[in-house]
Design a binder for this molecule. Structure first.
Ligand SMILES: NC(=O)c1ccc[n+]([C@@H]2O[C@H](COP(=O)([O-])OP(=O)(O)OC[C@H]3O[C@@H](n4cnc5c(N)ncnc54)[C@H](O)[C@@H]3O)[C@@H](O)[C@H]2O)c1
Length: 391
């Protein structure tokens, strides 16, 4: 029998079952499509808070309002600025204040977030904070959103000029994918999304890479959705991410293949946006340069052939992705970026590099001299390809 005069000690053990769907939902804003109202109360008196990227109002505001009106659901629409510069505490608080004034019920009025990766990340974080978590639904409207931000559990905002420094793992109850949104997406953002697809192809999925190598220029040149392989590209990218996340959703294992392209790029992307001296990089553009830079590092270690590196660079070029950037030519900044990423990986570099198209290993001892060599080699390869293009 325990001694009741002595204070006890306890340990609480429980588990958190997670499941959420990522569903293809063509015509998501067509009134007869029931997906957006699959969760929560419906019918007269029902309400939703809908958070959207202000930029997409001109294309989709009428459709959104019509969808809910036809389904007899009152909406409180919150349109926020949602560029990378707006991924901050102010936007987060703006959404939280709207949730408070709406008086959102805790379970039966899931927040609906419609927009690109930035909007989904900030709105998801607000949903995770409000009343310690209310349900939310993601509707991605960019290619990065469709193949990446819609799949995982992460939410976040930038803080102190650091990407996604504040955030949480807070999965939505559902993500609905409708590629029709891509019809209004600027080509540079299609290209940016293909940067994330390139990451997945090079590190994990040779078939995806082959598709990008063969049809990459069509995917950006024509309308993305008009290309026969568009769905296969999205399917393969989402599949690859799903498998990776399912096994490691909370990132207990900090050796992650899908961190490929995200080792040097976070700080460089932010610096490119904060200083007008430099060409600003979109998220997928920064990822693509990191993919190429990491591939060159691998080649310099004789882990990857020059032939494969050239295939990666040519494929990026075909998809209008940059293959180098002024900030990637600064070895100290590249090292600083890696050192910052190291903290995120709990002190290890865990740098994913390809060993073939679709295969990888991790490096943990990259030093400044190798970064300098990679900068020199990448510049040489780009010059050789410039010459090849002119001939
Ligand atoms: N949570 C995750 O797992 C995850 C994964 C990948 C990326 N992200 C985050 O996503 C962000 C990048 O997302 P992004 O590339 O979608 O950029 P974004 O959200 O900034 O959108 C890009 C631009 O396209 C506009 N736009 C969006 N949809 C449109 C449409 N259908 N038609 C016309 N214009 C449209 C936006 O207003 C913006 O100007 C980064 O902040 C990154 O950290 C998160």
């Amino acid at each position: 029998m325990t001694d009741s005069s002595v204070l006890g000690s306890w340990s609480i053990e429980t588990s958190l079952p997670i499941s959420f769907k990522i569903k293809n939902s063509p015509g998501i804003l067509t009134p007869g499509n029931a997906d957006l109202l699959e969760f929560g109360t419906t019918g007269p008196g029902s309400r939703r808070l809908v958070v959207i990227d202000r930029n997409i109002c001109k294309y989709y505001l009428d459709e959104i309002q019509n969808y809910f009106a036809c389904n007899a659901v009152d909406i409180h629409l919150v349109a926020v600025d949602a560029s990378e510069d707006d991924k901050n505490l102010e936007t987060l608080l703006e959404i939280l204040r709207e949730m408070e004034s709406f008086g959102m019920l805790r379970r039966s009025e899931p927040l609906i977030a419609i927009g690109g990766g930035v909007l989904l990340d900030v709105a998801g974080m607000a949903a995770g904070l409000y009343r310690r978590g209310v349900p939310y639904i993601r509707v991605p409207t960019t290619l990065v959103g469709l193949i990446d931000a819609s799949v995982g559990a992460k939410t976040g905002i930038n803080f102190e000029i650091r990407r996604n420094r504040l955030g949480s793992y807070y999965p939505p109850i559902a993500s609905y994918l409708d590629t029709a949104f891509l019809r209004t997406l600027p080509t540079i953002e299609i290209s940016s999304g293909l940067g994330e697809a390139l990451k997945m192809g090079v590190i994990k999925d040779g078939i995806l890479f082959d598709l990008l190598e063969k049809y990459g220029s069509d995917l950006v040149g024509k309308s993305f959705t008009d290309c026969d392989c568009a769905n296969e590209v999205i399917n393969r990218a989402v599949d690859g991410m799903k498998v990776e996340l399912e096994n490691n959703l909370w990132e207990k294992d900090l050796k992650r293949a899908v961190d490929f392209g995200h080792s040097f790029s976070p700080i460089i992307e932010m610096r490119s946006l904060e200083n007008n001296e430099f060409q600003p990089l979109t998220h997928g553009q920064a990822v693509a340069i990191d993919v190429i830079f990491s591939s060159v590092i691998s080649m310099n270690r004789n882990l990857l052939s020059e032939f494969d590196v050239l295939r990666v660079i040519r494929t990026a070029r075909n998809m209008n992705l940059p293959t180098d950037h002024e900030l990637f030519k600064n070895p100290l900044l590249v090292l600083e970026s890696l050192n910052d990423t190291k903290k995120h990986r709990n002190g290890d570099q865990n740098l994913p590099v390809p060993t073939e198209i679709g295969g990888y290993t991790f490096i943990n001892d990259l030093a400044l001299a190798e970064i300098k060599d990679a900068i020199g080699k990448l510049s040489e390869l780009n010059k050789a390809l410039d010459l090849e293009c002119r001939q």
